[in-house]
Design a protein around this ligand. Structure first.
Ligand SMILES: Cc1cc2nc3c(=O)[nH]c(=O)nc-3n(C[C@H](O)[C@H](O)[C@H](O)COP(=O)(O)O)c2cc1C
Length: 204
């Protein structure tokens, strides 16, 4: 079967995160985001794609800050509340009944009940006609110890991080499970040594 080219998002599972921001007037905002990825290993940059018309994008432009919160499956209903197109003056923490969690390095609060809180500063916005790519630098990364081991690895069977498969008329919320195969990074290299670059200066 051949799909339409813009159905490319239906052929791969996507993460679901909640991006929390604050407007220049102090209004707290939350929006679910799936078009988001860390930029390569071992850097600390991250990129998200945003439609031009998003309060989240306006807030990031105004304040230069945002927090990426990683929700567990239990927050799927709250995710959908935050996905509604409330006007910018509406506090989405209140709408979704979510509790703010003070951040360490940015003014925007994180969200209680999430698994991890990735505090970011805006590095660059790449503007296209209908969307923008927002590159952020992670300035603080907190995780809930209950779900992570001492190496900072998530016990995803216990944590149940939320992901999504997009369909033609809607989306199925999903979560990752172990596929029965582990691979050390060294396995990717012919000399069996992990050749990821060590960071010596600016990323990228
Ligand atoms: C699971 C999920 C993932 C989403 N991912 C994105 C995304 O990657 N980029 C985007 O611009 N909008 C995305 N949206 C839509 C926004 O979350 C939605 O339009 C929201 O109302 C935007 O809020 P804001 O205007 O307060 O920023 C997603 C929605 C859902 C439910």
């Amino acid at each position: 079967m051949i799909l339409k080219t813009n159905q490319r998002e239906q052929v791969m599972p996507l993460p679901v995160v909640l991006v929390s921001t604050v407007s220049k007037d102090g209004i707290r905002n939350i929006a679910p985001w799936s078009n988001i990825t860390p930029i390569l290993r071992p850097f600390d940059d991250i990129v998200l794609a945003s439609w031009i018309k998003r309060d989240t994008l306006d807030n990031i432009r105004e304040t230069g800050e945002f927090v990426i919160n990683v929700p567990p499956v239990d927050l799927a209903d709250a995710v959908m509340i935050c996905s509604k197109n409330y006007p910018p003056e509406v506090d989405e923490f209140e709408q979704a009944g979510l509790k703010p969690r003070p951040s360490k390095k940015v003014k925007a609060p994180g969200i209680e009940g999430c698994l991890a809180w990735v505090e970011c500063m805006l590095v660059e916005e790449i503007s296209r006609k209908n969307y923008s790519l927002v590159i952020g630098k992670v300035v603080n990364l907190d995780v809930d110890d209950y779900y992570f081991n001492k190496y900072g690895e998530m016990d995803y069977e216990k944590a149940k991080p939320l992901s999504v498969m997009l369909g033609d008329q809607g989306m199925w919320f999903t979560r990752p499970v172990f596929a029965g195969r582990y691979a050390g990074y060294a396995e990717m290299f012919l000399n069996k040594k992990d050749e990821a670059p060590t960071i010596t200066g600016e990323n990228g």
